[in-house]
Design a protein around this ligand. Structure first.
Ligand code: NG1
Ligand code: ZN
Length: 532
């Protein structure tokens, strides 16, 4: 049974803050760091229970608030395969976080043990890590207190990117099996990626250096560590916004979220025309690319552009190698309509649309032989099904060119972090394609032109009053709202618009797309007015 005394005593040292976050959402718990101490302690308890439930398989805990302001923090659990916490357990996280007292926490804990049928005699093992936020030190200690109260074995991964933590979890759980994913260490992660990169890049004509904005986050030291392993002579990269220790800098006027939402370069960065740039977000699980043309006009190469680039390249390798497997792409309603049209009509690849949130994309991508998924904001990866991996490993190529394509495909499997979107790994994926194609960013961009679009936030009384269907492209409630949106859309050439409640902020988001900048803005404002 639960050592009630130990839990109660430990909980007393982590009293609940009245403003601590109430729900475990798409991004786990996220809030101002001052309110999170009890949440972290309780997530430690839950991670231990989750591991016990899964017979001692290793569970991950990542302390980060990604692209949010530096004073915020957050926490997410990682399931054994390196994927997001199973949704059936999100409610337990919420229940534990909301228990009003130490006594109530003990009662809730016992209830979770009973409802989730956790066998407490099982062992527990948890690996935890954190991003570069100053608040991480004390918050990680609270997680550790939770783990200790339930006697979980602990591995401290320290300062890591979110995808590195996901990688570690998968490695621990597959070690010694035929599905072994890699060495369970950050060095093992670098080695795996560097070896794959070396295979794919050796003998190719190097492209000019890529400049990477690290959002002044954990991506900065980790990218630099990786570059040391792989060597600048095989991967020329210049890091900027790479000071993760100076307070006040994280995500400040830079990073993937800033670049994507503002549709401009990081503040005070003068882009050299036609050169390649990329931005990571604060925990390095998202990346976007961009460049300026000869007139200085900014061009964004977002998650949709990455999906198109990756899918096209992988389809070519599959065809050249003679493998009979099928590629599919998963997007959300935020994908630019022009990208969906390009994927479907030019590449001829099946495209599936799912609700926002990585877990939905990841899940849908698993149903393809090779599933490419990306959110427009730059979070995504590529999944290879078990049977596809077997085919890639055992296939006998019919010609030297088929053998070369197959060798590239094998290296690509190792280059791609298949647990979750990963800025470092996705950077390498894009760079491989550009290297092999000998493309400038403008040649990549030429695949299609984004339709002008606008994303606006609307503050409403109760965002939970908004419910949607058809992968969030239709609102079901409030009643009558969809008809009004349809009317507004009908009046605009090339118009598309939808409304959904945010899963990470207290607002409703309105997205609109149209043939021109001004009509896209007008449509967004009109729909926002209807929602308000
Ligand atoms: P919400 O707040 O539910 O729109 C945002 C992003 C998602 C995803 C999550 C998780 C947009 C429009 N939404 O979700 O794509 O990244 O955060 O961090 O970009
Ligand atoms: Zn992130």
């Amino acid at each position: 049974s639960v050592n009630e005394q130990a839990v109660r005593a430990a909980s007393a040292a982590h009293p609940r803050h009245p403003n601590s976050p109430a729900t475990y959402g798409t991004a786990g718990f996220r809030a101002h760091s001052d309110t999170l101490d009890s949440t972290m302690f309780r997530v430690g308890l839950l991670a231990a229970l989750r591991s016990k439930k899964l017979a001692g398989q290793t569970i991950g805990v990542m302390v980060t608030a990604s692209h949010n302001p530096e004073q915020d923090n957050g926490v997410k659990l990682v399931d054994p395969h390196g994927e997001m916490l199973h949704s059936s357990w999100e409610a337990y996280a919420t229940q534990l976080a909301n228990a009003p007292s130490d006594e109530a926490l003990v009662a809730t804990l016992k209830q979770v043990v009973q409802v989730a049928e956790v066998d407490l005699s099982q062992p527990a093992k948890v690996v935890y890590g954190h991003d570069s936020r100053p608040s991480c030190r004390t918050l990680v200690r609270a997680v550790v207190d939770g783990l200790t109260a339930l006697d979980a074995e602990q591995v401290n991964a320290g300062l890591v990117t979110t995808p590195q933590l996901h990688y570690l979890v998968r490695c621990y759980n597959t070690a010694g099996t035929p599905q072994a994913y890699g060495e369970p260490s950050v060095e093992g992660y670098y080695q795996k990626l560097a070896t794959a990169w070396t295979t794919l890049a050796t003998g190719r004509h190097l492209l000019p250096a890529l400049t990477v904005d690290c959002a002044n986050g954990v991506g900065a030291p980790k990218l630099k560590e990786f570059l040391k392993v792989v060597g600048q002579d095989l991967l020329p990269v210049i890091t900027v916004r790479d000071n993760h220790t100076l307070a006040g800098n994280l995500n400040m006027n830079c990073g993937a979220d800033f670049v994507k939402t503002q549709q401009c370069p990081p503040r005070n960065v003068e882009l050299v025309p036609w050169q390649r740039y990329a931005s990571f977000d604060g925990d390095a699980d998202r990346i976007v690319f961009y460049y300026a043309d000869g007139t200085g006009t900014f061009h964004l190469l977002d998650g949709d552009k990455i999906a198109g680039l990756a899918a096209g390249f992988i389809m070519d390798l599959v065809k050249d190698s003679g493998l009979g497997v099928k590629v599919g792409v998963v997007q959300t309603a935020y994908a630019n309509g022009a990208s969906t049209k390009y994927l479907t009509e030019v590449l001829g690849v099946p495209v599936q649309c799912v609700p926002t949130g990585v877990k939905h994309l990841h899940h849908a991508a698993e149903s393809f032989d090779i599933g490419v998924y990306f959110e427009a904001n730059g979070h995504g990866t590529v999944l290879f099904s078990p049977s596809t991996l077997a085919a890639i490993n055992t296939h006998t190529p019919a010609s030297p060119s088929a053998a070369a394509a197959l060798a590239n495909l094998r290296a690509l499997v190792d280059l791609i972090n298949q647990t979750v979107g990963d800025a470092i790994s996705d950077m390498l994926l894009v760079e491989v394609v550009l290297l092999h194609r000998q493309w400038t960013p403008a040649q990549w961009d030429a695949a299609y032109t984004d339709y002008p679009n606008r994303l606006v936030k609307v503050l409403v009384q109760d965002r939970h009053a908004f419910t949607t269907s058809d992968a969030e492209r239709k609102v079901d409630t409030p009643a009558g709202l969809q008809d009004k949106i349809d009317e507004a859309v009908k009046e605009v050439v090339g118009g598309r618009s939808f409304v959904r409640p945010s899963g990470t902020e207290d607002c409703v988001r309105v997205y609109a797309e149209a043939a021109t900048r001004s009509t896209a803005d007008e449509l967004a404002n009109k729909v926002a007015g209807i929602v308000h």
